[in-house]
Design a protein around this ligand. Structure first.
Ligand SMILES: Nc1nc2c(ncn2[C@@H]2O[C@H](COP(=O)(O)OP(=O)(O)OP(=O)(O)O)[C@@H](O)[C@H]2O)c(=O)[nH]1
Ligand SMILES: [Mg+2]
Length: 423
């Protein structure tokens, strides 16, 4: 697919159906998506309609207006604020004589530009091909159906080529999915390894640009010796595409894993969500989700709903959720504050991190018990296990055994009950 650079000029086109109050915000978001795709936005055309028009998405008169706008700015691409049908795309490209991208394609483009790991690249490619499949026909219009004729053996050149290509694309999708399944299995093995170490796993989820990566970095800065473990954060939609997992060790030696994940956006292409299912398994299998919200965004409520809907779509609606209202310093809300299932913080200014941690502890470590164990020195393996899997609070060494005050998972407590001297 064609790449874009800042020298390419884009015109945004949006239909406001029935005067939606969030129309302006959604056009602003389209602007940010275009910028994230490295395009320079030079113009914008809106139209109020009761429903989108079947032929061109906009009304016929608007098509002329868009054409004028293109000429006026010497634009290279038109971006539509919806997913349009294959025939609307074809009609618009023919009428305007330039490239037309819809919202879905734009998001796919951004993902393609950002994908770094093999898995992310394959996931994006699979989603792109699925998007392409019903749209293949447009590219072969020029070849036409010259031969006309009767029966399938007498198809036009264009049709035959199209069928061949369609089969090739379908085959490629199957191949990609096979490779993705293999990678997903690998990921599952890694996750299983992590899970047997019984550390609680916590995942950051939320709308794109809410501050998930900034919060992960804040936690790493506060609770990890190794600052090189920081991840990429930026004021740009879809800064993060790959899941990163970090170990966080709290001062009381409680340890958990924290994963940063890809952000969500309204109308995130369905195939893209499906393609990213392996990466998002991290979310589905977490013990706790931190729903990071850009509280300073006037559209934050809508964004929260999009996140909840997307979580449902990936099958993660059962995982306990803590609302983390971020960027609170930009609002009038007094913070840091904890209320019920919500905590108000500023990840960038590292304010409210301790409050957040206390909320995490109350939820992720509720199955932990404090006890005293007496472990003979010849049980070296068990001591090593405790070091790895329990929070050692203090230890005293006597002649034949160590007396260890610790906090461990309820399951470990029951399994190793013979060592417990006090609880
Ligand atoms: N004012 C303010 N800005 C913040 C805060 N937290 C994060 N940001 C900014 O918000 C922007 C996005 O932050 P990221 O951490 O990259 O957001 P993200 O949720 O990881 O975004 P994606 O990876 O794109 O989904 C950056 O410019 C951050 O500096 C905050 O508490 N206050
Ligand atoms: Mg991020």
């Amino acid at each position: 697919m064609k790449k874009y650079d800042l020298s390419e000029k884009a015109i945004l086109v949006g239909v406001n159906i029935n005067n939606r109050d969030d129309f302006e915000l959604s056009m602003q978001e389209l602007f940010s998506l275009a910028v994230a795709c490295n395009l320079k936005v030079v113009g914008r055309i809106d139209q109020n309609l009761r429903s989108v028009q079947p032929q061109y998405y906009v009304g016929t008169g608007k098509v002329d207006e868009i054409r004028l706008e293109i000429e006026c700015h010497d634009a290279d691409v038109v971006i539509i604020n919806h997913e349009i049908t294959p025939s609307q795309l074809r009609n618009l490209e023919r009428a305007l004589q330039i490239k037309v991208l819809d919202r879905t394609q734009l998001i796919l483009e951004i993902f393609e530009q950002r994908a770094r790991t093999r898995e992310a690249k394959l996931q994006v490619e699979a989603a792109q091909l699925k998007y392409l499949l019903p749209r293949l026909i447009g590219s072969y219009d020029a070849l036409g159906r010259q031969s006309g004729g009767v029966g399938t053996y007498n198809k036009g050149v264009g049709e035959k080529k199209l069928e061949l290509d369609r089969r090739r694309v379908e085959h490629k999708i199957v191949e990609l999915n096979r490779e993705l399944d293999a990678l997903s299995l690998e990921r599952q093995t890694q996750r299983n390894k992590r899970m047997t170490s019984s550390l609680p796993s916590i995942a950051l989820v939320g709308y794109t640009n809410a501050g998930k990566s900034t919060l992960l970095n804040a936690m790493v800065e506060c609770y990890s010796k190794n600052e090189s473990k920081k991840v990429f954060e930026k004021d740009m939609l879809f800064a993060t595409l790959e899941t990163s997992v970090r170990q966080i060790r709290l001062p009381d030696r409680k340890v958990f894993t924290l994963s940063d994940t890809v952000g969500f956006v309204s109308e995130l292409p369905h195939d893209l969500i499906k393609a990213f299912r392996a990466t998002l398994d991290e979310v589905k299998e977490a013990d706790l989700l931190l729903h990071v919200i850009d509280y300073s965004n006037p559209n934050y409520k809508n964004q929260m709903q999009v996140t909840l809907d997307t979580l449902k779509e990936i099958g993660a609606e059962h995982v306990p959720l803590l609302n983390v209202y971020n960027k609170t310093e930009k609002t009038k809300h007094v913070f840091p504050e904890i209320t019920g299932e919500s905590v108000y913080i500023s990840a960038k200014n590292r304010i409210g991190i301790e409050e957040l941690v206390s909320c995490i502890k109350a939820r992720a470590f509720k199955d932990y018990v404090e006890c005293m164990m007496k472990v003979p020195y010849d049980e070296g393996k068990f001591l090593a296990y405790l070091n790895e899997n329990a929070m050692i609070l203090s230890s005293t060494y006597e002649e034949e055994w160590a007396l260890i005050k610790l906090e461990c998972h309820k399951m470990d407590f029951e399994q190793f009950h013979q060592y417990v001297v006090e609880s």
